[in-house]
Ligand binder design. Structure first.
Ligand code: FES
Length: 140
């Protein structure tokens, strides 16, 4: 979907992007158990990110302090990704219609796997390992 399709003009996108451009969080990369790299947010394994009930099915919640987007692509399935856009490191801005949106230059990423749905970004959002503990999504 294009910016015009969401009723946002390009000038509005640029203004919105300027507001978040300085808020980038640099997260170190660590090796996951599967050998792939994931972006480690601030925090430790077991730290609560968000209550499961606060994450909409098919959508997600952006946690600015932790630098993470927690999503629930299907009921009971929770994923998390770095909230730092892979294009030019803006913080993603919102989650809507199955996409994680970066308004700096209007890249869209899938809530299911962080893959790019629409550029200019050409790299997926790095996955962050999470578990569900009771009623909470926690860092793995
Ligand atoms: S920094 Fe996200 S689209 Fe450019």
């Amino acid at each position: 979907m294009t910016a015009a399709g969401r009723g946002i003009d390009r000038r509005g996108l640029v203004r919105a992007g300027a507001g978040v451009a300085g808020a980038a969080v640099v997260a170190p990369a660590v090796a996951a158990c599967g050998g792939e790299e994931v972006s480690a947010p601030s925090g430790s394994p077991g730290d609560v990110l968000v209550a499961t009930g606060e994450v909409p099915v098919g959508g997600g919640v952006i946690l600015d302090d932790q630098g993470v987007v927690v999503t629930q692509p299907t009921a009971g399935e929770f994923k998390a990704f770095s909230s730092t856009c892979t294009h030019r490191s803006c913080q993603v801005t919102r989650v809507e219609e199955g996409s994680i949106v970066c308004l700096c230059h209007n890249s869209l990423f899938s809530v299911a796997d962080g893959s790019v749905q629409e550029g200019p970004a050409d790299e997926p959002l790095p996955a962050v390992a999470v578990d569900v503990a009771g009623d909470d999504v926690v860092l793995a």
